[in-house]
Ligand binder design. Structure first.
Ligand code: BGC
Length: 492
């Protein structure tokens, strides 16, 4: 295959079929995450599901004079959606330890096993607790998968393609969400057990991930750090597709030696010099959630019903936003290593700010508590939602995962990334848990709430986020943190 055009003189590489297979198989971890995100919104809009597990919510839904913004507000219903994220939050720290001690590959294997059990238990649930236990198992899968997969992709990618390769994770997240929306669209017509099919189908990608975790290689960095230099070097030769990998090998070896001396990565992470990537990693993930993306991803069908679509039309609108999400992520794959991370994030802030504000304004002006929007107004809301999702998909979506996975030095990489993952999960949980109540209480103002956060995160990127495109992963400290006007004050 063709050698990459922008080969760093020191780190030559060629694309090989095997490495591409490894990227794709690992990225199935993203598919699982996406499927879990996408499936709950549609399932919680299905009458059969509500009658079985949440009869009071179903009752409320039937009585048509109820308040538009409040018909789905129910803590148990939200617990169904959000329990997964709490489990993922807790397990990401265990996953970090597993990643360091046993490697990225076995951690991905464990994730796939959790996913398989989670799909089995939730789809066969007889009562609400089984349902929640199923979600918790899936959450453990997400914790392990989201910790190991982005790290795996960033470590295995050649430097000049690192952004694009890592974004395969997010690309698969969006495909998983879209696939889940399609499944829900079909199963909503299968009475009375369509919801079981929706939840059970998660087993299919889980199986792919399971097989993938056996086929993929371990990353050279993990092998070398765990003392397996020979295997590390031969893996590096295999994945780079060239014989001369000495320079890169030496660099990984040096980074691994430092990493090996650090016995307590979490303690190391609390040092002043670890703060820059830690603060950036946590904030990027928190901000990613405060864009309001998951208010749309989880509750798209519910949201579209709120603005006046019928059940079927609202699922269809969710499918449309799903397509926009997938296609726009491709933009990021193509541009992230060319224009860099900052430009994508800043451009998106402007587009997201405008769309969230406009959605809020339309709902405020035209949606009364019991009426509904006209067809034209509702269509306009769908267009604005698409514009919002589009910009998120080429920026905060993928880069929320990419940047924290590439900015920590090796000795704190798995621990630091666990903080990024768990911050994502905490805020995903908070939004999943709170959104329907917030919608009920704040009404259209909830969209202004997100808009204000988008403004803040734009300023954060402008002043505090360094560019990391085309910097070797093990040279971030020298080339990025020690050069930045603010962050260099933290470095020794
Ligand atoms: C986020 C998810 C979100 C998804 C949307 C991911 O990067 O972490 O919370 O639902 O993107 O595509």
């Amino acid at each position: 295959m063709r050698s990459s055009e922008k080969d760093d003189q020191d780190f030559p590489s060629k694309l090989t079929v095997y490495v591409v297979i490894c990227w794709i198989l690992a990225a199935f971890g993203g598919f699982m995450f996406g499927y879990d995100i996408g499936i709950s919104g549609g399932v919680t809009a299905m009458d059969d599901f509500l009658i079985k597990f949440f009869p009071t919510v179903h009752e409320r839904k039937l009585h048509a004079t109820e308040n538009n913004y409040c018909k789905y507000d129910n803590q148990y219903l939200q617990l169904f959606t959000s329990s997964l994220y709490l489990a993922a939050l807790v397990s990401s720290f265990g996953a970090s330890k597993a990643c360091t001690k046993y490697g990225r590959k076995p951690t991905i294997l464990v994730a796939s096993v959790f996913f398989l059990f989670g799909a089995a238990v939730s789809s066969s649930a007889q009562n609400i607790w089984m349902l929640i236990i199923g979600r918790i198992l899936l959450g453990f899968g997400v914790g392990f998968g989201n910790e190991a997969v982005p790290l795996f992709l960033s470590e295995i990618a050649p430097m000049e393609r690192r952004g694009a390769v890592n974004i395969l994770f997010q690309f698969f997240v969006t495909v998983g969400i879209f696939f889940a929306n399609l499944v829900n669209y079909g199963t909503s017509k299968m009475h009375p057990y369509g919801w079981r099919v929706s939840l059970g189908l998660a087993g299919v990608p889980a199986l792919f991930l399971f097989i993938g975790s056996i086929v993929i290689t371990e990353t050279p960095a993990s092998l070398i750090e765990r003392g397996n230099e020979t295997a590390g070097k031969s893996t590096l030769t295999k994945i780079r597709g060239v014989d001369n990998v000495n320079a890169e090998f030496e660099q990984i070896k040096a980074a691994s030696e430092i990493a090996r001396q650090v016995k307590h990565p979490f303690k190391e992470l609390m040092k002043r010099s670890s703060m820059p990537p830690l603060i950036i990693g946590i904030l990027l993930q928190v901000f990613q959630q405060l864009t309001g993306i998951n208010a749309i991803m989880f509750y798209a069908p519910v949201l579209f019903q709120t603005v006046g679509f019928k059940n079927d039309a609202s699922l269809l609108s969710a499918v449309i936003t799903g397509i926009v999400n997938v296609l726009s992520t491709l933009v990021s794959i193509f541009y992230v290593d060319k224009v860099g991370r900052r430009i994508l994030l800043l451009q998106a802030c402007v587009q997201m700010l405008i769309s969230q504000t406009a959605i809020g304004a339309i709902l405020l002006a035209f949606l009364t508590t019991t009426g509904s929007l006209t067809k034209l107004q509702a269509a306009f809301v769908v267009v604005l939602v698409c514009l919002f999702v589009m910009s998120f998909a080429w920026s905060w979506g993928p880069l929320g995962w990419l940047i924290p996975s590439e900015t920590f030095p090796q000795e704190t990489r798995t621990a630091g990334f666990a903080f990024a993952v768990s911050s994502n999960m905490l805020f995903t949980f908070l939004i999943a848990q709170a959104f329907l109540s917030m919608l009920c209480n704040m009404r259209a103002f909830i969209f202004f709430f997100f808009a204000v956060w988008i403004l803040k995160m734009g300023l954060f990127v402008y002043f505090l986020l360094p560019e990391t495109k085309n910097v070797p992963i093990d040279l971030m400290v020298e080339r990025v943190w020690k050069q930045h006007p603010v962050w260099k004050k933290f470095m020794d």
